[in-house]
Structures are given as structure tokens and as C-alpha cells.
Design a protein around this ligand. Sequence first.
Ligand code: NAD
Length: 374
Amino acid sequence: VTVGAVRERAPGERRVALVPEAVTLLRRAGLDVLIETGAGAGAWFTDAEYTDVGARVVPPEELYAHADVVLCVGPPDPETAQALRGGQTLIGLLEPLRHPALVQELYRRGVRPVSLDLLPRTLSRAQSMDALTSQAAVAGYKAAVLAADSYDRFFPMLTTAAGTMRPAQVLVLGAGVAGLQAIATARRLGAVVTAYDVRPESREEVESLGARFLDIKRPPGTESGAGQGGYARELSAAEQAAQREALDAHIARTDIVITTAQVPGRRPPLLVTAAAVETMKPGSVVVDLAASELGGNVEGSEPEKTVVLDNGVTVIGAGHLPSAMATAASTAYARNLVALLRHLVRDGELVLDPADEITAALMGEASLKGGASS
Ligand code: NAD
């Protein structure tokens, strides 16, 4: 089996699907590895480093001509999608819920899309392949570091000759993988952290990191916010309004807000209104990890933009943080791909077995159709 990692073409994307250490592991497993020229540059990996560990660095035409499996990070641009041929397998975070047309077009042309975003999250034997988790952990860490960097006071309590400085108050909304990593990082920097999530089971995880879990009463007669597969469900408009009202008082008292709330296939929930941001003190910082073209958790946050509002609050739209730490994110992502390829390649053949729980999930629609195998 020949696998080929492409150069990412999305604007601002610096990650790469394979790093040199992953090439070594794949070669050891008997795979041939192609890397598109310059693919690792954004994450500080040179072509020579890939060649040294036995990959062939090739121009894109050659990669598409010879790779059985094309590896990418984000969804391919139209040109890359066009270059794929029938029988080829494409593995990446293809965001099929956001770009259904892309995936359908690939199927139509006989390309087999394997979407890492469809991995069953709670299946323990799939954990090593969980790219959403590895990337979210990077984003959560970076969000806390970014917030600390943009905040003009200390995170920790400091006792100095000039007296005592109070610690920063951090509020983390959404305590999934990214939120928990943001909590852990803010705690390590010495901040006092409060966190909230609609999934009641997250309370224990929040508290085990030394943060306080914010209790928000659910409107009478409503269910818990836990949905399917460990994800949150979308709250009704009335539930969302009640949630925002309850959060407002806490937001006014906090120095840093980091939001990470997502609901699969839906617009991210709006948790922090412009009116709530208005109530924050000058110098406060808001980091919105959900900021995207669809809107984010914070009203008025803009994707990849930092805005200092008239009231002195800095709002950072930070939906692509894994790319801002491209080396760590790529290294973790490549490890996920190696684990997945080890699962899919048997006796030197790529086997896409629809009867396998992991494969069926990753192939999404294909599994519904009965799917093509090997
Ligand atoms: P995600 O990115 O889909 O969402 C982030 C967080 O936002 C979630 O915790 C979600 O509950 C929360 N959220 C959604 N709407 C909200 C709202 N209105 N207010 C507040 N919070 C809201 O989630 P994720 O980080 O990808 O994690 C998804 C699930 O997968 C979690 O249950 C996580 O524990 C689980 N998971 C399990 C494993 C494992 O078992 N090995 C590994 C990774 C993740």
C-alpha cells in the first residue's frame, strides 16, 4: 500500500498529515510513503527530514498518480478533490456534516472518503485514532496561553515586596476535550478557574482539575443537555435564553472567558451575548474557540480576528488554534493516522470492511450503502 500526504491548501492552515516520525512507523509497517513537496514546511518539517526516513518527496501530480491512500488534515480544496481518482481512498478531517456536497461528489467519482471526524468517540479501541481529541487538546492549551498573553495582569496570585496580586478569574464554557485542557492549563498558570457544561457528567472532570463547576438550574421540565455519543444536544431557544441569563452574572465578574461549546452538525450555541461582554471590566479577555463563518459562542466574535472593543475588552476569534501550534498538532494527528492505518492495513492490503465498527463509522454513508471493501 502506498500512502501520500498532501500539502494543505486552506488559507492559514500550517498543519501536515504526516510528520517524519510517523513515516518511520509506516515504513516499518510495510507501507510506502509519498510526501508532497513542501508539505511539512508550515509545521517546520523540511523535505530532507522526510527523505531521511524513507519517504519519497514528490510533486502533487505524482502523488495523486501513485498513492492508494491520500492523507490530508482538513477538507480538500476543489482542485485537490478533482485530482483524486476512482479507487483511491482519502483520509482526513473531511467535515462531512459541514460539506456534504464534497463527500457526495467523491463517492460519485468512486473515491472512498474516510472522515476522521466520524470516529466513535467513546469506543476505547478507537482512542488512539481520535484526531478530534488530539486537535481539541492543542486548541484548549493554546487558548489558555493566548488568553494569558493578551491579559495585562498576572494569572497566578503573586506575593511580592510590593504586596499581593490577586489571581485571574477564568471562566471556561464547554468542558469537552478543549475546555478541560484550557482549564488544566489556566490552573497550571495559577488562575482561579470556574467551568460550565450542559453535560452533567463533566462536573467530575472539571472538579478533578481543581476548578469549580458552575451550577446552572435547568428550566423546570427540561432534560439534561447530554445528547448521543457523548456529545451535547442542541438546547431549545428557551433553554438557551435561560442559560445565557444565568451565565451573565458570572461573566460580569470574570477576567477571562474561554468558550469551547459545540454541538455536532449545528451552529455553535451562543453563550456570551454582546450585552454580557459590555459588563466585563476593561482589560478582560474573551477567547472564542467556536468562532467560525457560522458564528461562534460569543456574539460579535470574528473568525481569526482579535478585536479590542470600546469598553476595553479584547475578543479573540480563535477557531483554528491547532494550526497555530502546527508542530504539536501535526505530530499528534500523524500518530492518529498511523493508528488508523495499522487498523486498516492487513497483510499489506488496505481493507475497508463495512462490518468493522470503526471503518463503518468513518465511511459514513458508504456503510449505509453496504460499502465497497478492500
Ligand atoms: P464538542 O467539541 O462537541 O463540544 C465541546 C463541549 O461543549 C462539550 O463538552 C459539550 O457538552 C459542550 N456544549 C455544547 N453545548 C453547550 C452549551 N449550550 N453550553 C455549555 N456547553 C455546551 O465536544 P468534544 O470535546 O469533542 O467531546 C465530545 C464528547 O466526547 C465528550 O463527552 C467527551 O468526554 C467525549 N470524549 C470521549 C473520549 C473517550 O471516551 N475516549 C475521548 C474524547 C472525547
